[in-house]
Every structure is written in C-alpha cells, then in structure tokens.
Design a protein around this ligand. Structure first.
Ligand code: SF4
Ligand code: SF4
Length: 423
C-alpha cells in the first residue's frame, strides 16, 4: 500500500528476529540455522535499545492506525518473557491515541507454558505454531539438538494455547515426506488439533552450505514440484467439499484473492515484493525474511531511519524485480494473475530453451490452479455478488448429484467468508 504521492508506504511489515537465527531446535531443513555465521561473534540477543528503536520507528512510520509488531525467529521465546513485557511498555509509550497494535509471534512451541500463554491471551497476541502434522510425520525433521522428536512438546503447546484461548495459526512446512500424506496432515490439524487457521509452506531448500539463495539443486528433503501440486489438490478437494468458511487455509485464501483480481493477500502470489522486511537482532534490516544475506542488507535502523530503508531505491528495485524478471512461461501462463511467478527465492530453474528463472514449484502450481479453477471461479463469482464463498459447497454437491442423476440440492445458509475479502 502506498501513499498517493507514490513515495513512502502507508504501512509496511517488519519481521523482527530478536534472537536472530538462534533456535532451540535443530530442524533438518531450517534455512536460518546456517545463517548464524552472518554474525560470528554475536550473542544473538536483541538489546532493549534496538527493540525500542524498532517499535518507535515502526509506529511512527505508519500512516494508518493499524500497526503489526511481528516477532519471528530463530526462536523468539529464547529471549524470555520479560523482554516481551518490556516491549509492550515501549509500545504503549509510542502509540498515538488512535494507534491499534497487534503483536504476532511465531514459535516452535517448545518453551510455552501457562505463563507464556496467559501473557499471549492477556495481550491479544496472534501466535503461529510450527507443526508438520501428526507425530510420525512431524518428528521426521522437527527434532531437538539431542535428536529427539518434538511432537509431544508441540502438541502440549497447542493444548496450552487452546486452554488459555489464545488465537493461533498452524504453520506446516511441506517436505518430501509429509507431502505424501496430505489428508493425514490436514485431518490431523482440523479434527484432532481443532485448528481453524492453517498455512502450508513448501520446503524448497537449496543444496549448499551457505543457507543463501544460491545454486539450482535442492536437497532431498525438499518437496518435489508435482508432489506439492498433488498435496494442494488433495487437501483442496476435502476443503471445498465441507470446510469452506470453517477451516481457513491461507494458501487457498491467497489463491482465491487472485481469482478476485486482488492477488497479493499473501506475498508469494503478489505481483511485486518489498513491503515485508526482516529485522535482525542488531538492527540490520534486510529486504525479506527469505533474503537475509549480505546482498540484500538495506542498512541498520540505529543509523538510518527505518522508513528511509523501506522506501530506498534498493528496496524498490527488490520489489520490482519479481515482476520484471518473470520468464516467458509465466508471462504467457493462464494463471499469471493468480500466481505472479510465486516467490523469487524459488525461481532458479533453467528451461530446455535456455531461459532462466522459472519457479521450481511451477509444475505443482499449474496442477493445483488447473484443478481449482472452476470452484475458484464460482467462489469469486459469489463474492462479487455479495454472497458468501461457502455457498459453493452445496452448489458443487448439487452439480455432482445432477451429473449422477440424483436430482438437485438446495443451498444451505452460509458463513461470512466474504468479509475476509471486503467485497
Ligand atoms: S521474496 Fe518471496 S517471501 Fe519475500 S516478499 Fe517476495 S514473494 Fe514474499
Ligand atoms: S504457474 Fe508456473 S508458469 Fe504460471 S505464473 Fe506460476 S510459476 Fe509461472
């Protein structure tokens, strides 16, 4: 979102990493653990001075009253609860009379206890909990530093969040193992965990030692493109049949926004990048959470104002590059308005005609978008008419019965999904 003069943005999103890359787990595919060598002599703890500057400048830089303070890792709970209590005092000190601040907090859940969850609840934190499915799938890669599985501890964290009525999302990374079990993963979250908000994140891990976005081969933990497509298709079929408006899958919401002509509610499907930056523990600001690497360092907020860095030519160029480097296959693709070539970090495929820069996951996305096209169009049509997207479920059921010669069904009342898209 930009001001009418086209200069500074109305709002931007900073993911703060108060412990940098440091984490208490040793997940096999974590791209951040390798990045500890960016700061070889660091203790990886954000000082109160950096925290205060981050909050002061983030609030001051927003031309809209809604401000999100996003805590991310590594693992932010390693900072201890008192750090976040102090951050709330700082937020109160700098908030204007109309400022509304929402804190988001991404965690692996290992250190969560009643005190943490009470704190999240009392201060309206939105928590993202990383979990890769039921125990036998979660524990394949999400292990602690002693090599032990973490499922029981993460499940306990989810139960504590529920006990304290903390709003939380599940962030599930999709790797070469759990990608073969889409329904087990989805039904576990929906039925056993009782999760309402789920995001699936494909693991595309470059095979190199730096952890940077270099090279064009991936590790054998990475999801294969067609596997990713089938994973999405299988869960989509389950979701579109019974869960629309009840279980929110960010990947589907983000794609539907594209069918509505509003791609970009999730950044990976947006036409450009650049409005979500990553703040390291020492105040260094990078172009994106996925590009915390020397070539994408914008500067340090202790010496250059945050807004100046977010609106710098370097960051604008980073944002435009996503659109300006689309390969021909994307420019001619039927789904360009939905996909926009997905995330540039995954664009490292060289095609047989020599053109570079196709998205590694392209095949999977084409499988998914082709499969979802008709119901997505139907939902977009409903929303444009001011109706609710979940009316698609009885419509599809009636169409199926008609095809099978059983007769027509009547749409049931629906839930207010349309509000999520402000139609
Ligand atoms: S590089 Fe990827 S993750 Fe970063 S803003 Fe762009 S699309 Fe989003
Ligand atoms: S589906 Fe493939 S070709 Fe189409 S826009 Fe996405 S990455 Fe490009």
């Amino acid at each position: 979102m930009r001001r009418s003069d086209g200069e500074a943005p109305f709002a931007f999103h900073v993911m703060a990493k108060p412990t940098g890359a440091r984490c208490n787990l040793d997940c096999a595919y974590c791209f951040f653990l390798k990045k500890e060598h960016l700061y070889p002599d660091s203790n990886f703890r954000m000082t109160d001075a950096v925290m205060e500057e981050f909050i002061r400048q983030t609030i001051a830089g927003h031309a809209v009253p809604q401000v999100t303070i996003a805590w991310q890792g590594g693992e932010p709970t390693l900072m201890g609860l008192e750090f976040f209590r102090r951050s709330l005092e700082v937020q109160k000190r700098y908030a204007g009379p109309k400022t509304r601040i929402e804190n988001t907090f991404q965690t692996n859940g290992i250190l969560l206890d009643d005190e943490w969850c009470r704190f999240f609840h009392d201060n309206n934190f939105l928590v993202g909990l990383s979990m890769d499915g039921p125990g036998e799938l979660h524990d394949v890669y999400r292990r602690d530093r002693q090599g032990r599985g973490t499922f029981d501890r993460v499940l306990n964290a989810a139960r504590l969040l529920q006990k304290h009525h903390v709003e939380f999302n599940i962030l599930c990374t999709v790797n070469r193992t759990n990608a073969n079990h889409p329904l087990e993963v989805y039904r576990f979250f929906r039925d056993e965990l009782g999760a309402q908000y789920i995001q699936f994140i494909p693991i595309v891990e470059r095979a190199n030692e730096t952890g940077f976005q270099e090279g064009n081969t991936v590790t054998d933990r990475s999801v294969r493109p067609e596997q990713w497509g089938r994973f999405l298709v299988t869960i989509f079929d389950e979701w579109i049949g019974r869960d629309v408006g009840r279980t929110f899958v960010l990947n589907f919401d983000g794609a539907l926004a594209g069918w509505l002509g509003r791609a970009g509610t999730v950044c990976t499907f947006g036409p450009t990048c650049g409005q979500g930056v990553a703040l390291e523990h020492n105040g260094d600001l990078y172009s994106c959470d996925h590009f915390v690497e020397p070539g994408h360092l914008l500067g340090n907020i202790l010496t250059t104002p945050l807004v100046e860095l977010v609106t710098s030519e370097q960051q604008r160029r980073f944002g435009r590059t996503k659109r300006d480097t689309l390969p021909r296959q994307c420019r001619e693709c039927d789904f360009i308005a939905v996909c926009n070539g997905e995330c540039p970090k995954n664009r490292f495929i060289r095609k047989s005609d020599g053109e570079e820069g196709l998205n590694y996951l392209c095949e999977g996305y084409r499988i998914f978008f082709s499969h979802a096209d008709r119901p997505m169009r139907m939902m977009a049509g409903l929303l444009r008419q001011g109706r609710n997207a979940d009316e698609v479920m009885p419509m599809l059921a009636a169409a199926k019965r008609a095809r099978e010669g059983i007769g027509k069904g009547r749409p049931k009342r629906s839930l207010p999904l349309r509000e999520r898209f402000e139609v």
